[in-house]
Design a protein around this ligand. Structure first.
Ligand SMILES: [Zn+2]
Length: 157
């Protein structure tokens, strides 16, 4: 188990390393920001659930960034969270950086609504397999990505 973790920590076969596929089985590309890329999670059980993935190189944690990289990533996270909120107007938003499955620095930005099956708690209380799974059509992913992208454009003006 330790060897497996250390291999992944070092970036072996890391699915988030560049050149990453623009779209994959688990991610739908929204846009690139300063030092990161924003994707929709293909599982839209929580509508608007996005990942913001640090792009320049493989790092697992914030302490591995330079001060300048952290400042740029923080700005990207700010823009992404604001855009997602403005696009979807949820009751709340969760922002989490876990990296227990894929130890490449990324954030989950998850809109939350009072009607959620897990409102009042984290979405991660059970294994991913036990979570609800909702996929969209390619056109629906595109539409959702576009309304988030439009808000990013406005924020970057
Ligand atoms: Zn990586």
């Amino acid at each position: 188990m330790r060897h497996d973790w250390e291999t992944r920590l070092a970036g072996r076969d890391c699915p988030f390393d560049k050149p990453a596929p623009v779209n994959s089985d688990s991610l739908f590309f929204v846009r690139s920001l300063q030092v990161s890329s924003l994707y929709l999670d293909r599982n839209q059980n929580y509508r608007g659930h996005c990942l913001l993935i640090f792009d320049p190189r493989h790092v697992a944690r914030i302490d591995q960034l330079t001060g300048g990289e952290w400042a740029a990533l923080s700005r990207d996270l700010y823009v992404a969270e604001c855009a997602i909120f403005r696009a979807l107007r949820p009751d709340h938003i969760n922002v989490e950086s876990l990296g227990n499955v894929t130890p490449h620095l990324h954030w989950h930005i998850t809109p939350r609504n009072i009607e959620d099956d897990r409102w009042g708690g984290a979405i991660w209380t059970t294994s991913p397999e036990e979570m609800g799974h909702k996929t969209l059509t390619e056109g629906e992913y595109r539409q959702l990505a576009d309304i988030i992208d439009r808000e990013v454009e406005i924020l970057l003006r």
